[in-house]
Design a protein around this ligand. Structure first.
Ligand code: SAM
Length: 292
C-alpha cells in the first residue's frame, strides 16, 4: 500500500485501500481494524468517517497510517498498535508486556461480584494473582467500595503497566501491587482469590492465532506441557491464603473444565461448592470453590 505517494486522499479512499491490504494479508476484521487505526491516528471517532467521508488527512498522517497498516498486516494486534483496550467500564493502557484483556475475562469479574454480594462481606480482602494490565483487580476495585485489593505478577514490566492503569483510574482505595511467583509476595488470608493464570499447553500453543503466539507475552500464555500447571499450584497453595469461607475463582480454558474440576476434587477436604460458570458463548469459563 503506497498512500503517502498518492498525494491527497479522502478517508473513504484510504479506508478502502487499507481494508484491501489487510484482507490480502488474511486479517479477518480488516475493515474494522482499518477504521479503528485511522480513527486512533486522527484522534477522532469512527463515526466521523461516516459524517465526513471526503476529509483528507495530511501527508504525514498518511505516512503514519501506512506504517500502522503494515504492522497490522504482519499480525500485530490492534490493541498494541493503539496502546489501549476497553475492559469492564474503563480503557486500559496495554503494551507487549501484558496480555490484552479479553471480554471473556469480564465473566470472572461478574462472578466475583456476585460471590461478594452473596457473602455480604464488608471490606473484603481480595487477591488477584497474575494481574497483567490490572484488568480484574481494577474492575473489582471500582465495584467493591472498601475492598482491600492486592494484585501480583511475576513480570515487573506488567506490574508497571498495571500501576499506571490504577493511577489513571484515581481509585478511592489504592490497589497494592506485589512482584513475585504466585503467593510468594503476599502474607495473610483473603476472602476472595481470583486469577486468570496462563493456561495454554505446549501442543495448543502451536495452534494459537499468529497475532497471539507471536506478539503476546509467552509468560502470560504458556503453562507447561498440559496447560494445567498453574491450576495445580493455585488450588493447592491457596490452602495457606484463603480465609475461612473464602472463595477461589479461576478463569479456565474452554476445554479444561473436567481436568480442573478433578484438581478441586483431589482437594475436596479443603474445598466445597465447586461450580463452573459459562461465558456468553456458552463455554465453561470460570471455576470456583469455597474453603470449608
Ligand atoms: C493470562 S495472563 C492474565 C492477565 C490479566 N489478569 C488478564 O486477565 O488480562 C497471566 C498473567 O500471569 C502472570 N504470571 C505468569 N506466571 C506467573 C507466576 N508464576 N506468578 C505470578 N504471575 C504470573 C503473567 O505475567 C500474566 O500477566
Amino acid at each position: 500500500m503506497r498512500l503517502a505517494a498518492k498525494g491527497k486522499m479522502t478517508v473513504r479512499e484510504i479506508i478502502f485501500e487499507a481494508t484491501q491490504t489487510l484482507e490480502k494479508a488474511g486479517i479477518p476484521s480488516a475493515r474494522l481494524d482499518a477504521e479503528v487505526l485511522l480513527a486512533f491516528l486522527l484522534r477522532c471517532n469512527r463515526l466521523a468517517f461516516i459524517k465526513n467521508p471526503d476529509e483528507a488527512p495530511s501527508k504525514k498522517q498518511l505516512a503514519d497510517f501506512e506504517r500502522l497498516i503494515a504492522r497490522r498486516a504482519k499480525g500485530e494486534p490492534v490493541a498494541y498498535l493503539t496502546g489501549r483496550k476497553a475492559f469492564w467500564s474503563f480503557v486500559l493502557e496495554v503494551n507487549p508486556s501484558v496480555l490484552i484483556p479479553r471480554p471473556d475475562t469480564e465473566v470472572i469479574v461478574e462472578e466475583a461480584l456476585s460471590v461478594a454480594q452473596r457473602e455480604a462481606w464488608s471490606n473484603p480482602r481480595i487477591l488477584d494473582i497474575g494481574t497483567g494490565s490490572g484488568a480484574i483487580a481494577l474492575a473489582l476495585a471500582c465495584e467493591i467500595p472498601g475492598a482491600a485489593i492486592t494484585a501480583t505478577d511475576i513480570s515487573s514490566a506488567a506490574l508497571k503497566t498495571a500501576q499506571k492503569n490504577a493511577a489513571a483510574l484515581k481509585l478511592d482505595q489504592p490497589v497494592v501491587f506485589r512482584e513475585g511467583d504466585l503467593f510468594e509476595p503476599v502474607d495473610g488470608r483473603f476472602d476472595l482469590i481470583v486469577s486468570n493464570p496462563p493456561y495454554i499447553g505446549a501442543e495448543d500453543f502451536e495452534s494459537l492465532p499468529a497475532g497471539v503466539k507471536n506478539f503476546e507475552p509467552d509468560e502470560a500464555l504458556r503453562a507447561g506441557q498440559t496447560g494445567l500447571e498453574f491450576y495445580q499450584k493455585l488450588i493447592y497453595q491457596a490452602h495457606g491464603y484463603l480465609a475461612e469461607n473464602g472463595w477461589l475463582l479461576l478463569e479456565i480454558g474452554a476445554t479444561q473444565e473436567q481436568e480442573v474440576r478433578a484438581i478441586f476434587e483431589a482437594h475436596k477436604d479443603f474445598y466445597e461448592r465447586v461450580d463452573v460458570r459459562e461465558d456468553y458463548a456458552g463455554l465453561p469459563r470460570v471455576i470456583k470453590g469455597r474453603r470449608r
